[in-house]
Write a protein that binds this ligand. Sequence first.
Ligand code: SF4
Length: 400
Amino acid sequence: MNTPQSTDHSSPKKVTKQRIRLLEQSAAVSGQFSDVLENHLNWEEFGSWCKNATTRDVEQALASRKKTLFDFAALISEAAKPYLMEMITQSERLTMQRFGNTVSLFAPLYLSNTCANECTYCGFSMSNAIKRLTLSAEQIDCEIAAIKSKGFDSILLVTGETNKVSMPYFEKVLPQFKPAFSQLSMEVQPLESSDYKRLQSLGLDAVLVYQETYRRQTYLEHHLRGNKSNFNYRLDAPDRIGQAGIHKIGLGVLLGLDDWRIDSVMMAAHLRHLQKRYWRSRFSVAFPRIRPCEGGIQPKSVISDKELIQLMTAWRLFDADVEMSLSTRESAEFRKHAIRFGVTTMSAESKTQPGGYAEDAKEALEQFEISDDRSVYDVSNMIRQQGREVVWKDWDPALR
Ligand code: SF4
């Protein structure tokens, strides 16, 4: 990665402002995001923005109409902690303006826990001696019926990453889901742009590819084997999704793998890059924190509940249009309050093992433990008690 170049001898603040302008321009003109990261972004620089942010930086960020990456760094810094109530108020107002009085619900369905990768934080890692299962067409029919009976109209299909569960399998199963759900999302191995296009023709609406961490060295320490150890191929997947014209692109980092603040500023830069290039797509962000799992690890940088609230509200202030998703990794109590912080989408009654809705699967097959195990009925009631409407369907291809 390059360090910022400047021969300007004016004040550090002025240099920073020039640098931010340069960054935003670079994001617009460079190629794939791996080029932008390699040539224009700097982990240490973003770290110093977060670490050295002052009260004045935070107040300027809160007051500015269009937030820069520097503003975002200030809003997630230690210096912004005393401003949390103001951030929550602004975030709630912006969310209501843009998304109305609603929270969308979706069901994640794990189609397979077979995986050829070795990720230090995941129970599906290849070397873990767990029973592997890939759902058959008959099992999928049963799962669809069970999920529909709970009221869901939006589904997220999740798989491990292996050649055995790749394009031929996706092409076979997508037509099974399309008649039953108005929104089909996938969180599977990164694919080629032509593959995404093909899946879109079969009804795919959204693709989530989480980078886990934007620091290459840390990424390689946690992705030990398999295709996922190719940092750049994963990093450029959202560009390929955008090139295919997929309606929605989801980004995320696994909070705790490395410094959560710097990873979040990197992700904000990634979002800006994608928005400038693929302006027809919508975007979503998620905030998974490391959870215990088989063969799991301890987080390197722990993010507290209060800091997660700060991060979520900072995201809303940074981008009023981005969808924000919160999974059942978080506790029932946290999810209840999170509705005020800018969240627009939630999973409910999730199973993190293949199948599990039609009949109870074994916990030993889980990718990670969930924290909020309430029924979809209870989650819907909670959302209504918080003064919001539950939305089962928020998008139709006819609106394209
Ligand atoms: S995180 Fe994904 S790629 Fe890594 S082991 Fe788990 S399922 Fe496989």
